[in-house]
Design a protein around this ligand. Sequence first.
Ligand code: HH2
Length: 312
Amino acid sequence: MARASHGGGAVVSARPSPRTTWRVGDRTLDVSRPVVMGILNMTPDSFSDGGELAGVDDALSRAETMVEAGAGLLDVGGESTRPGAPEVPADEEIRRVVPFVEAASRRFDVPLSVDTRKAAVARAALEAGASVVNDVSGLAWDPDMAAAAARGGAGVVVMHMRGTPATMQEHAVYEDVTGSVVAELGEALQRARAAGIPAERVVVDPGIGFAKTPEQNLVLLRELPRLTELGHPILVGPSRKSFLGHLLRVRTRERLAGTLASCVLAYLGGARLFRVHDVAPAVQALTVARAVAGEVREAGGRASSALASGGA
Ligand code: HH2
């Protein structure tokens, strides 16, 4: 007689986050459940949405849609980090992001993150009302960055990459990509500690698409649970990235399904923060993933904004 295939315990479960809260500014975010970070690129040349936002009003209206859809954070950037992207001077980056941060901090209750490698931009954005610094260089590019984030009481995203956006693809050589990412994120955490940034303020990010081949990105997503040994919440940014285009042979705008699959799998692997362009579908996908994984206790509990608590 054929044996029943069930009865072996939970089949789908989400790996727990090593920390269940993230301190940003004077707030504590609940990252025991998925939190979606909406991307706002105030750039002419970002790889999938460059030049789309015509100005502050346009960005505010996109931000409002994201918040209504359940974004728990908004991440604003003024410099593209796509492979080969040129560097933007700090004063130009400030001109692109600070007016939005000022207006958005008055209008929305969600924490604002600034996506920058430059201490001067981070300082200006924190003064204007941002409470997170998202540094794709892992506090390595600007020697003043870690101190600026520490002094500003910011939450910090330390992301893994090698080289700069202009050179990073030359550095995508690893024997064990996940082992190297864990070790090099460990060095970034050391830079944060040395500058006096409390551990409760730091999340880590494997840097999908940064100094990685398409195959290495897949390995990183597969082996994401190895990042939990770092002891910090994990953020991933697979949104519309070229490893999806490589796999699916579709253009940037046709990569939503791939983005959602990546987010759900990363959630099961331990990620709790998801940086995406398309907030509503990501919130829905992660809400389903969370329910299937048995993490939803109350009816209607949804991923993202409901989860970010104020004060604390
Ligand atoms: N990816 C991009 C930019 N910033 N930050 C984090 N923490 N993680 C990421 O994966 C990440 C990031 C690239 O995406 P995008 O902002 O859409 O493009 P561009 O850099 O061309 O503006």
